[in-house]
Design a protein around this ligand. Structure first.
Ligand code: NAP
Length: 559
């Protein structure tokens, strides 16, 4: 038993703990130890989810040796009950017995849900608190509300940390969580964050609002909660260890944004140029929600993507001439007084890669498409003196763009009759591995083909152009150049373009490899599903142990 609760608590004060705790799961003690062993070198705060083990009490002896071998790390024992979002089906008394034994086995901290704490006798809870550092936790799987009321209830119980984990249903819930942390971090040791894809702000910035630490997944695919970010990403991409009060916050705002590569690219640029800033993916379901966060967090600058490029214009104090002409803004700067200023860097994303290869004055450029990217291209290229042609699936839209940008509209049937210096694909055709191309091979009468689509890097159009020995410009160049211009607008520094291009290329390669890995699995899953759907007279196959495990994991506790 420890010397005294307060002396023990002083050993686990916030400055002794890393900012990221990794939750480790496993179907048996050996697997759990193996996973923890592979992580402990870089992660000195590890939560072992005992509730994932079929026999947690018996397994604890097997964990003891591992814990003793790693005095550099702090281990949290969590045996979350099923009723509170975990996997443990035993009683509160059984849960208590497991956590007491965990203390004997060398765990420094135990996580106990508020619901369990409430049903224990005062002396039982005090006894646990005397044995081990105690985290009393509360999870709200639906919303972020009544945090103060919850804390008032929780603080009736002795604990070293009070942990409140809610669910963000909008971006502003992060503001609510961070204000709550700021208000209480002076009087309690707090841990707080919002789950869900929209909770990323609190996962990264919560530590500066007063959360002693936050939670990260061991690796992508092993998240124990919706919206959980791999711990390595929290440290390497978001540089959570250096986030402080002076850190400027930027983000890409859209709906959806989960797959955006902008956070990888822009955070790498900030790191390279030692700018104290962090860049987040902001899944905004409404512009109103986004704008409230911009003011309250506050957010210093935004990359704006679909569907807000036009809608945001009304919220701007001012914007540059091209943004007004195009009628779309993809870059916002927030002034010190909260005013928002708009820019359109998609223009540079299209013109810069071309200017690196040719003079645009007098160049004949065909743009296929008449949406936002086509508009940026048409106005930007006209401003550089190019002769611009537009063709589009919906002729009226193409004609309208051609008129406003002083370009020429070409009927699709006439495209093959013309010769161009550049053809630009400004449609989504070819995205995500689709074999579709915006034009046929006989229509590629051009020196250069510039495909704005950048996922995948090698689109069907790029392949077709290469097979005709045409020069190609991949969409990645636009992505990097529009981001580089944003970086320059926000920081006043030249952008580290090579670094930005490198990290995005690597991220695209990783994504392609992950997709290639997932495809056979999905095909196998489809085949298996089909084989179970044969005859209604055939009895349903038994679930394999593996399927049961993965189903259980999917429905498991959240953070
Ligand atoms: P948008 O505003 O939705 O416009 C899409 C355009 O593509 C419209 O003109 C539309 O024609 C046309 N289109 C859509 N589906 C089509 C189909 N099945 N067949 C023929 N035409 C079709 O999109 P956007 O913002 O301009 O973006 C266009 C593409 O550019 C995106 O998909 C993206 O891949 C790429 N992009 C890349 C970057 C980068 O950094 N590399 C930046 C921005 C955009 P209708 O008028 O007939 O609907």
């Amino acid at each position: 038993m420890r010397e005294s609760a307060s002396a023990y608590a002083s050993r686990i004060r916030r400055f002794r703990l890393p900012r990221v705790c990794i939750a480790v799961v496993g179907g048996d003690a050996a697997t759990m130890v193996e996973r923890a062993e592979s992580l402990v070198r870089d992660n000195h705060l590890i939560e072992l989810r005992l509730d994932y083990l079929p026999q947690p009490l018996a397994a604890l002896a097997k964990l003891k040796n591992f814990i003793e071998l790693h005095p550099e790390a702090t281990f949290i024992a969590t045996c979350r009950r099923a009723a509170n979002g975990g996997k443990f089906k035993g009683t509160v008394a059984a849960q208590l017995a497991i956590l007491r034994k965990a203390a004997d086995m060398g765990f420094q901290l135990a996580d106990l849900e508020l619901q369990s704490a409430s049903s224990l006798k005062a002396n039982e809870l005090r006894d646990l608190y005397d044995r081990i550092g105690l985290i009393v936790s509360y999870h709200d799987f639906r919303a972020t509300k009544k945090l103060d009321d919850q804390l008032a209830t929780m603080s009736k119980f002795p604990a070293d940390f009070y942990k409140l984990v809610s669910t963000a249903t909008n971006l502003h819930d992060n503001v609510v969580m961070m204000k709550f942390l700021e208000a209480h971090a002076g009087s309690h040791e707090m841990v707080g964050l919002c789950m869900g894809e929209q909770g990323i702000i609190s996962r990264v910035l919560g530590v500066r609002a007063g959360s002693v630490f936050t939670f990260g997944a061991a690796v992508r695919g092993e998240e124990t909660a919706p919206g959980q970010v791999p711990a390595g990403e929290l440290r390497d991409v978001y540089r959570i260890d250096m986030v402080d009060q002076a850190t400027q916050v930027y983000g890409v705002a859209g709906d959806p944004v989960a797959h955006s590569l902008s956070p990888v690219m822009m955070n790498a640029a900030f790191r390279r140029e030692t700018v104290n800033a962090v860049y987040l993916a902001l899944h905004a379901k409404t512009l109103k929600d986004l704008l409230a966060c911009v003011q309250e967090i506050p957010i210093r600058g935004l990359s704006v993507t679909m569907p807000y490029k036009q809608e945001i214009l009304d919220a701007l104090e001012n914007s540059d001439a091209l943004t007004r002409q195009i009628g779309a803004c993809n870059t916002v700067v927030r002034g010190a007084g909260g005013q928002l200023y708009g820019f359109n860097t998609d223009v540079a994303g299209i013109t810069v890669p071309l200017e690196q290869r040719m003079s645009l004055s007098g160049a004949r450029v065909l743009i296929v498409g008449a949406g936002g990217a086509a508009r940026a291209g048409a106005f930007g290229l006209k401003a550089k003196g190019a002769e611009v042609f537009i063709t589009n699936r919906t002729p009226e839209k193409g004609q309208s763009l051609a008129r406003s940008a002083k370009a020429k509209y070409l009927k699709r049937a006439d495209v093959a009759k013309q010769q161009f210096d550049v053809i630009i694909n400004a449609t989504p055709l070819g995205m995500n591995g689709s074999k579709q191309t915006p034009l046929h091979e006989n229509e590629l009468n051009t020196k250069y083909v510039f495909d704005l689509v950048y996922t995948p890097a090698e689109t069907a159009l790029i392949k077709m152009a290469r097979s005709r020995e045409l020069q190609v410009i991949p969409g990645l160049e636009m992505f990097v150049q529009q981001g580089a211009r944003q970086f320059e607008i926000w920081t006043g520094k030249p952008a580290p373009i090579a670094e930005m291009g490198y990290v995005v290329t690597k991220a695209l390669e990783r994504r392609a490899a992950e997709e290639a890995f997932e495809e056979p699995k999905a095909a196998a899953h489809g085949a298996a599903k089909k084989s179970t759907q044969v005859s209604p007279t055939r009895s349903a196959p038994k679930k394999s142990a593996k399927t049961s495990r993965s189903n259980a994991k999917a429905s498991n506790s959240k953070r």
